[in-house]
Structure formats: structure tokens, C-alpha cells
Design a protein around this ligand. Structure first.
Ligand code: AKG
Ligand code: FE2
Length: 537
């Protein structure tokens, strides 16, 4: 699961720095060994020449007869020893020891990284060629993909039966192969995969054409000839005449497959992540900032609060966690980071979640004074009781790391959730931003269409429950995939029990909305009652 967290990737990077010195030492030792073998070659050549000249005479000499037998035994041992004495094992061990206990990445990790990359490509609408050229949003990086890299990405998609992504990436591999000398991938392999993906996505004529090219390149290919016939037969079944099979090739068809997310939600999630959903000026004009001074301690050290949205209320607490606190928390969490797991509904086993690609850890109040201090501050920030809150959760997102749309609170039907905690539902969420990804990694609310992009040292806060205790469906939210940079967050889930006097329910069961006053701020003079989003023209 290396790809799920940047923290592990850093260890991976560290482990690479010993490779040159260790390899260099190995090469020196090998050169020495080969030199000794070369010396043996010359020794034997000289001896052989001598024997050629002396011929049968040597054999009849008893001294030489003895020497020959001795040589056969001992010199042979020498040769065998020198040829087998490859010291690679020891050097490999040294490299493994330098891995800080993290294992060597596997094909699975590579597949995971490729899938993360494809998610980024979808969400941020990245062009395959630009991405392969190392360009992200027009910014050129120092890294580019060769044909083999594109081939591997496509193969990862293929293994997931995701033919939608196989097509552009195999096509890119083909194009790159044209320019490569020596080529990094096998063109016929690319053609075969691409042809199959074309067929799967409904491009029969293209599949036929590619397979014929494969057959032309390698008439002995074990499947090419059969596949040509198979595609021809399929076209025939569709009523295409033989003479038409290689003509009038229609536009490429390549529909994006459905995902676990419902389509409109996915579309909104991705648009919000790209920051393409504007907020109306009217809605923006109703937002303001204030100093929260409603607790004795805060008179001297007020908290900066910025309202980011009403209905449902969300605020940003600015500068509520320092760089050094962040560093401490990251250090405490790093060794504990583990991939999020969920219970498989069929087998009941714990499996890694795919809706959430990140690694997380929990930090207890007693783990470190910094954790205790942050917990105390959370009380001052939210005016809510922290005794019943969950421990502080730390999360680190890797390449394409994300969290699909979800609710933090338990819904009506989820009667068992949080049962063993005995603290009721999750009334509110605080999300500390402990880093600032360069691109992507936003926290987006798909129902109310708002996007918040992490700013380091700040914390986002929202209530998950309405004033009458019911879950607020408008809080459905997600974490966007990180495109460039690192995303560290920590969250605190605050529970209902203990809030009876701190944040009382409404006076009527219909009272729903949360007030800025609950957070020690001046109530807005008006809250826009219109859509927060500009009308479509
Ligand atoms: O990382 C984010 O932006 C959101 C995380 C989140 O929603 C969660 O952990 O419940
Ligand atoms: Fe969440």
C-alpha cells in the first residue's frame, strides 16, 4: 500500500540514496573477481600451448602425470569457486537493510499508483499526451513517461477491465514507440491490448485494423490470425460487408464506465474539485469574519473565524494550529499510519477501502502534550464538549488519494453505528489542514456545491446534525484527489452526548439551522435565502 501515503513514499525515496555506494562497492568486488578469472585464462592458455608442443611426452612423465591430476582437482575447485563467488547476496542484503523496514514495492503497488493517476486524469481532465510529457495544467515538470510507462499504466487499467483508459494510454504508448530508439516496449503487445480494448469499447473496425497490423508484423503470432477472423465474423454478424470492413471507420467510441458513485454526484464532485462551480456574489457578500472572544481565555487570544457558508453553516478557524504542533503530530502519527479498512459485506473480513485512498492513525489525549493542547483548543474553538469526542484522527493522502462523497454522521437506518461508543451521533466535524497541496485535495460538499481548498494551519468546521438532532443531508462531502503536493489533515469527530448545555437543541422540532452565535460570533444581519450559486444564463 505504498501508494496510499506520501509519508511512505518519503521513506522509499530515502532508501534509494544508498544504492549508488553499495552498487559501486559491488562492482569493484566483481571486477576483482573477474580479473582473477582472466588471470586463470592466461595461465591455462600458456599451459595448453606448452602441452601442445610437448604432446604425449608430458603424459609419460610421472612428475607431470601427478601434477596434472593435482591440477584437475585443485585448479578446478579454484575455477568453480571464482565463477560462483558472486557476492551479490551480501550487497542485496545491505540494500534491503537500508529500506528502513519498508518492503520493496510490488506490481500491486504500481497498479495502485497507476489507478491513482487515472483518477487524477478523470477528475482534473488531464490530457494523456500532456501528462506523459510531464505537463500538469501547463506546468512542465522534469519527469516524462516513455512508451513502456504508458504501456504499464494501460495494463493496470486493463487488469481492472477498465478499457476506457486502456485506449488512450496504449495509443500513447504506440505513438511514443515510433520515436524511440531503442524501443522501450514491445509494439505487438501494445497492438494486441489496444485491439481488444477497441473491441470492448465498441470499435470493431479499429480492432480489426490493429489486429491485421499485428499479423503483418508477426505472421506467426499465436493469436493474431484467429483474432482477425473473429473480428471479421463479428463485423459480418453486424451486417458489414467484407468490402466495407476496412473502410469508413467511424469516430472513436469510448464511453466512461459507471462508477460506484451515482452519475450526477460524480459529475458534481469532480467539477467542485476542479473549482469550476462558482458561488454567486450575493452569497459571497453575506459572509464575514470575526474574532471569537466569547470565552475568558479568548479575550486575550481570540480565534479568527471566517464564515465560508450558511445553510448549512461552515466556518474556517484561521491559524489554529502552529507549524511545530503540526510537525509533532505528523511525527507521532507516521509510524502508526495504516490503510483504512472496511468490513466486507459478504465475507465479514476487513478489506482495504477503495472509496477512501489514504492512510490514517489515531492519536490519544495522553500520547503527547501537543495532542492534549489541541483537544483543549478544540473546546475553545467549537464551544463543544470534547470529553465524548473521538480521538484525533490523522490522515495522509498519497498519489491520487481521495475520499468519495460520504456523511460523517450515522444515518437513521444505521442504528448500530457508534453504539459501542455510547456517545450518540457525530454532531460536528473539525478538519485541521496540516499541509497545503499545490493542486487538488479540496474538501467539497456535493449537495450544497461548495469547495474549500486546504490552507495550512486552518481548520474547517461544520455541524453534521440539525438543531433537532436529525442528520443534515446537506453535509455530504468528499476529499478531492491530490494532484500535486502532499495532503495531511487531522479530524475530530464531536459527539452529541455532553452537548446538552453547551449547544442545546432548538425549542421546536422544526428548528433546524445552526447559528453563528453558537460559535461566539455576531449573527448575520441577513442570510441569503436564495441559491448560493449564480443562475445559469
Ligand atoms: O480530507 C478531507 O478533506 C475530508 C476528510 C473527511 O471527510 C473525513 O475524514 O471524514
Ligand atoms: Fe468526512
Amino acid at each position: 500500500d505504498l501508494f496510499t501515503s506520501i509519508a511512505d513514499m518519503q521513506l522509499l525515496m530515502d532508501s534509494e540514496k544508498y544504492i549508488p555506494t553499495v552498487l559501486d562497492k559491488y562492482i569493484k568486488q566483481e571486477q576483482q573477481r573477474l580479473q582473477e578469472l582472466k588471470d586463470l585464462v592466461s595461465e591455462y592458455t600458456v599451459r595448453n600451448e606448452k602441452q601442445m608442443i610437448n604432446g604425449i611426452k608430458d603424459l609419460t612423465n610421472p612428475i607431470n602425470a601427478f601434477l596434472m591430476i593435482k591440477r584437475k582437482i585443485f585448479d578446478w575447485r579454484d575455477i568453480e569457486h571464482h565463477m560462483k563467488a558472486n557476492g551479490a547476496q551480501g550487497f542485496l542484503q545491505r540494500l534491503t537493510d537500508a529500506n528502513y523496514g519498508i518492503r520493496q514495492p510490488t506490481e500491486e503497488d504500481l497498479t495502485g499508483a497507476a489507478i491513482g493517476l487515472l483518477r487524477l486524469q478523470d477528475t482534473y481532465r488531464l490530457d494523456t499526451k500532456e501528462l506523459s510529457d510531464g505537463k500538469i495544467f501547463g506546468v512542465q515538470s522534469n519527469y516524462t513517461f516513455n512508451a513502456f510507462d504508458c504501456f504499464e499504466i494501460a495494463r493496470a487499467a486493463y487488469n481492472q477491465e477498465d478499457y476506457y483508459h486502456v485506449i488512450p494510454w496504449m495509443e500513447e504508448a504506440l505513438e511514443r514507440l515510433e520515436k524511440e530508439d531503442p524501443p522501450t516496449a514491445n509494439k505487438n503487445d501494445v497492438l494486441e491490448y489496444l485491439a481488444f480494448a477497441m473491441y470492448k469499447q465498441g470499435n470493431l473496425k479499429r480492432a480489426l485494423k490493429l489486429t491485421e497490423e499485428l499479423f503483418k508484423n508477426d505472421p506467426t503470432h499465436p493469436r493474431a490470425k484467429g483474432n482477425v477472423k473473429w473480428y471479421e465474423d463479428l463485423l459480418e454478424q453486424e451486417g458489414v460487408r467484407r468490402s466495407e470492413m476496412r473502410k469508413n471507420i467511424p469516430r472513436l467510441s469510448n464511453d466512461r464506465p459507471a462508477s460506484a458513485l451515482e452519475n450526477t454526484e460524480r459529475t458534481m464532485y469532480e467539477a467542485l474539485c476542479r473549482n469550476e462551480v462558482p458561488v454567486s456574489n450575493k452569497a459571497l457578500s453575506a459572509l464575514y469574519c470575526y474574532y471569537k472572544r466569547d470565552r475568558p481565555f479568548l479575550i486575550l487570544a481570540p480565534i479568527k473565524v471566517e464564515i465560508v457558508r450558511y445553510k448549512p453553516l461552515a466556518v474556517l478557524f484561521r491559524d489554529v494550529i502552529t507549524d511545530s504542533e503540526i510537525e509533532t503530530i505528523q511525527e507521532l502519527a507516521t509510524p502508526k499510519l495504516a490503510r483504512a479498512t472496511v468490513q466486507d459485506s459478504e465475507t465479514g473480513k476487513l478489506v482495504t477501502a477503495t472509496y477512501r485512498i489514504s492512510k490514517s492513525a489515531w492519536l490519544k489525549h495522553h500520547d503527547h502534550p501537543v495532542v492534549a493542547r489541541v483537544n483543549h483548543r478544540l473546546d475553545l474553538m467549537t464551544n463543544l464538549e470534547m470529553e465524548t469526542a473521538e480521538e484525533l484522527q490523522i490522515a495522509n493522502y498519497g498519489i491520487g488519494g481521495h475520499y468519495d462523497p460520504h456523511f460523517d454522521h450515522a444515518r437513521k437506518e444505521e442504528t448500530k453505528a457508534f453504539e459501542d461508543l455510547g456517545t450518540g451521533n457525530r454532531i460536528a466535524t473539525v478538519l485541521f489542514y496540516m499541509s497545503q497541496p499545490q493542486i487538488g485535495g479540496g474538501t467539497v460538499f456535493t449537495e450544497v456545491k461548495s469547495a474549500i481548498f486546504p490552507t495550512k494551519n486552518d481548520a474547517l468546521f461544520w455541524y453534521n446534525l440539525l438543531r433537532n438532532g436529525e442528520g443534515d443531508a446537506r453535509t455530504r462531502h468528499a476529499a478531492c484527489p491530490v494532484l500535486v503536493g502532499i495532503k495531511w489533515v487531522s479530524n475530530k469527530w464531536i459527539h452529541e452526548v455532553g452537548q446538552e448545555f453547551r449547544r442545546p437543541c432548538g425549542l421546536t422540532m422544526h428548528e433546524q439551522e445552526r447559528y453563528v452565535g453558537d460559535l461566539g460570533g455576531p449573527e448575520p444581519r441577513y442570510v441569503p435565502n436564495f441559491s448560493a450559486h449564480p443562475k445559469k444564463k
